[in-house]
Design a protein around this ligand. Sequence first.
Ligand SMILES: O=P(O)(O)OC[C@H]1O[C@H](O)[C@H](O)[C@@H](O)[C@@H]1O
Length: 441
Amino acid sequence: MQDQDIQKAMPSIRQAVNDVETIRRDGKGPTGELVLFPHLPYILSEDLLMDEKERQQLAKLEASATSIDVVVSIGIGGSYLGNKALFDAFCGPYWNMGLASERQLPQVFFAGQNADPESLSALTRYLEVKAKTTEKQLNIVLLVISKSGSTIEPMSAFYALYPRLSAICHVEVITITDKQHGLLLSQSQEKHWMHFSVPEGIGGRFSVLSQVGIVFCALCGIDYREMIQGAKECDQACQGKDWKENPALALALFRYLATVSRGVTAEVVMPYGDRLNSFGRWYAQLMAESLGKAKNRQGKTIHYGRTLVPSLGTTDMHSMTQEHQEGPNNKLIQFITVQNMDTSMPVHCQEGNVTGTVDIGRIMKTAQRANAEALASEQRMSCHIALPAVTPRTMGGLFYFFMLTVAYEGGLAGINAFDQPGVETYKKIMHSYLKGYMSGK
Ligand SMILES: O=P(O)(O)OC[C@H]1O[C@H](O)[C@H](O)[C@@H](O)[C@@H]1O
């Protein structure tokens, strides 16, 4: 960032600081709408977002998690991506394959994140076979998450799974949806299912640190208290009005300047390590829906935003890096790395006539460093967040940090980061076709 760019951006920086202060103080976004995500780090100690009844239910669930065989988390968008990021970070690809006696916690599957009959029927078949071949009755939790309570993909998945599984197993339904409205809420109340709310003022893409992620963590044995503690520490570290003393504001400013002064139109989020792969996809929704906006707050058409490309190191260095290095110089590469991985795995390594033993984690770190240096050698922009380790605490901090960065960037760009009017256009067309189809037109 150059001084002259920063000087020019001073009014926007003041606007961003003012915006986030207003949200923190009054819970109001730029058009006066309720925005309460800055209360998420305090969700376990304040009553604003989670009430006593929910706390008691949560404690009950946490205590009973070991008696559940399978959890199917049903949701899409913000009702899916955060939980998938948590699952990848703390359970991993082999979680469901391990022995139940070793895992001592439920198997975890996701459904409703696509309108895809093939994966849904494969999951149904797998669970049916498991139910029929397990001696005792299978105990399944369908965790149905939808803020609106009407999104077609998760609702369809629920309508497909619930009757089929209820016929052969013990199924408990837990719903996480709006407190007051929606189809899922009315069904939940009618059937007396355990219910948690997606709190008012918490948009789907901000909901991973709310009941949406917390209930999921309680079922999978992930320490959600530590996750919320991490968010709190991040909140406290990002209060400054001066960008040099506020890392969330600094990163937002860097991205904003890259966009408006350096012709950056794409952002590649590139975590290194499989555990963070889905975090990139979570961030894709947060960034795309918050910052991809046609109009600024004065109603002027500006088409702000960057195309977000989730990518994975080192994997995608062998597919996408060529374009990052030599394609249009229009992108910002956002690296996320882990300083201390849980595992070390020393292997034989040969570089020319030098042979030795190198830890695979060192190979990963070296690859990231080389990637950043190669980009810099061609005046290509990158930024780097290094987590000390992947823990519930650092992940809570990371989720919250990225939420704050988009709130600041919304202020810098003079847009509303808390609505998503653009997704309504296709929905209207799709629902009118489906209605026509069902009425035989
Ligand atoms: O949680 P739900 O109401 O089911 O919404 C799921 C997703 O659907 C929409 O298409 C929105 O664009 C997303 O922001 C939201 O996260």
